[in-house]
Design a protein around this ligand. Structure first.
Ligand code: SF4
Ligand code: SF4
Length: 141
């Protein structure tokens, strides 16, 4: 119950942020659609700062929090690139999500599109990107 309550507010926050982003479009536009292969659920990488990564207390706290809240399963620390690497207990057969309604924002917003960097996709992913018409010249330049 507490978990659903927290998730509800996180979903609301995500809705507001994504709505605002529509007012300031990214330089790249996402094309295609999800093929539901489940590849992006196999390893979930969460970026940390070097300072966060070097704090055992903070690292453990984040791992425990995300495991409890999202059902993520911690796999390893990537100490060279500063990522926490998880997989997910909600992965169902044939790549289907078994927690679709309550899936975290990181899953809802995937593939993530940065404002300036060209998006990167997993091999075989159904999504790709193209430059938005208003920003085509800026990217090429
Ligand atoms: S890798 Fe791409 S196509 Fe496969 S589940 Fe993730 S978003 Fe969908
Ligand atoms: S919650 Fe669903 S979409 Fe997100 S990582 Fe887990 S299985 Fe994939």
């Amino acid at each position: 119950m507490i978990k659903r309550f927290i998730l509800f507010f996180l979903l609301l926050d995500n809705f507001v942020v994504q709505s605002l982003k529509k007012l300031f479009p990214h330089a790249y536009r996402i094309k295609g659609k999800c093929k539901m292969c489940g590849q992006c659920c196999e390893e979930i990488l969460l970026k940390m700062t070097p300072r966060q990564m070097n704090s055992k207390f903070f690292r453990d706290l984040v791992v425990r929090w995300l495991s409890w809240l999202y059902g993520f399963i911690f796999i390893r620390y990537d100490t060279e690139r500063y990522y926490l690497v998880f997989t997910c207990r909600h992965r169902g057969g044939q790549g289907k999500c078994q927690n679709y309604v309550w899936r975290p924002n990181i899953c809802r917003n995937y593939p993530l599109v940065d404002y300036f960097d060209k998006p990167v996709f997993l091999e075989g992913c159904g999504f790709s990107s193209s430059a938005g018409s208003s920003d085509r010249n800026r990217i090429k330049g």
